[in-house]
Design a protein around this ligand. Structure first.
Ligand SMILES: [Zn+2]
Length: 396
């Protein structure tokens, strides 16, 4: 990330909402989306088996930042008045609180862009501006630090940080062919297409799995490695693949396809529901309209429905838990983040990707400002996403 654009840090950090599955939460020791105080988490992560050179070399720097963030957040929670959002910011009232409607300029370049994040960069900003902090200083430091801690937790927890927009769609094919081999007791080497092999070559995790399989002379061990690779791929498919929501109904209404999403909104007023209806306007185009079927409480037919929560916890970010089917919006969250979370509830994964360089101690992100599942601040539903929706939820 380039620091000349401070406001981007704030926005991009908010972009990073969590799509959570039980597996990922388990693999990342429950710190998939890091909320609350950070210093305990950073300390704990540095002791994990999978923590690397960067984690020990940068520990003091990280602790200095997160201890300051924790102190600031504690101060704010003791003094709610000081946590009041600047009234000059555009905000809309929602469920006894407020959502921000931030005006974002669309990025000039379209398609996928790359930028870097690192503790070193945050530390430079943190120190340089500490004496004379700009108005957005703590928002930037909090969001940037939280984003880095979440990434550290994911990386150390075993998330595969070598996948991008080109390899992600091929995971399902690699998984299918690896599963085929795992199920066939006589198979000692999965059969991959050229496209699959190209994708495998680009992902360090996969390259090493495949090398281990091919280097293993002992059949039993080789079969175990193949099963292990299936688990790895299944885990990545959950993270990067599409997950069907079988409570969605589609129908033809005049020339449009109407997509109906049940949403449990217990205790939300008529005005809240009107706001939510406005907020999913991004999921409408000339051929589709998306609407909610609001459900008041949990009943026997609602077991598969998503439930909406509005949290008032400082420092938290919007997220969707696909395992428990929960959407969490936060006080002073960006109105447009909701449409991104709704995308998760329809089955879409995040379309932003993180790579990790253990040499540079740097995360490299790829994100697409045109795509709501990649960047909620500027993105809309892409043609590919509409096509996938039509295919996944056909009108019966
Ligand atoms: Zn997300």
């Amino acid at each position: 990330m380039k620091l000349q654009s401070y406001s981007m840090i704030f926005v991009l950090a908010l972009v990073g909402c969590g799509k959570k599955t039980a597996d990922q939460a388990a693999q990342s020791n429950g710190h998939w989306e890091v909320t609350g105080p950070l210093s305990g988490v950073v300390d704990e992560l540095s002791r994990e088996k999978r923590a690397g050179k960067c984690d020990s070399a940068e520990l003091d720097m990280k602790m200095e930042i997160v201890t300051a963030v924790d102190k600031k957040l504690e101060e704010l929670s003791k003094n709610p008045e000081s946590n009041k959002w600047d009234e000059s910011q555009k905000a809309i009232k929602f469920h006894g609180g407020a959502l921000l409607s931030m005006e974002m300029e669309k990025l000039k370049k379209s398609g996928y862009q790359t930028y870097d994040n690192s503790w070193k960069e945050l530390y430079t900003y943190f120190k340089k501006n500490a004496a004379n902090p700009p108005k957005e200083y703590w928002a930037i430091v909090n969001n940037y630090a939280r984003s880095l801690v979440s990434d550290d937790a994911k990386r150390i927890g075993g998330v595969n940080m070598g996948i991008d927009e080109n390899t992600a769609p091929v995971i399902i094919d690699i998984l299918t062919d690896t599963q085929k081999c795992a199920k066939d007791l006589s198979c000692v080497s999965p059969n991959y297409s050229k496209a699959e092999l190209d994708a495998i070559a680009k992902v360090p995790y996969y390259t090493s799995y495949l090398a281990d399989i091919h280097n293993s002379a002992q059949i039993g061990e080789r079969r175990d490695l193949i099963t292990g690779f299936v688990d790895r791929l299944q885990y990545d498919q959950d993270r990067y693949g599409f997950g069907l929501n079988d409570s969605i109904k589609t129908r033809k209404n005049n020339d449009k396809i109407e997509i109906e999403l049940p949403l449990i909104v217990k205790g939300f007023s008529t005005e809240d529901r009107k706001t939510l209806t406005d907020l999913i306007a991004r999921w409408t185009d000339k051929n589709h309209s998306t609407l909610f079927r609001f459900v008041d409480g949990q009943d026997s037919t609602a077991a598969k429905f998503y439930t909406l929560f509005f949290d008032n916890i400082p420092g938290k970010r919007d997220f969707t838990n696909t395992e428990n089917r929960e959407i969490h919006m936060i006080q002073y969250g960006d109105t447009r983040a909701f449409a991104h979370e709704i995308g998760h509830s329809m089955g879409f994964p995040d379309h932003y990707y993180e790579m990790w360089s253990p040499e540079q101690c740097t995360y490299t992100y790829r994100h697409n400002g045109d795509d709501i599942m990649s960047d909620h601040a500027t993105g809309y539903v892409t043609d590919d996403e509409w096509k996938l929706l039509d295919k996944s939820y056909p009108v019966k």
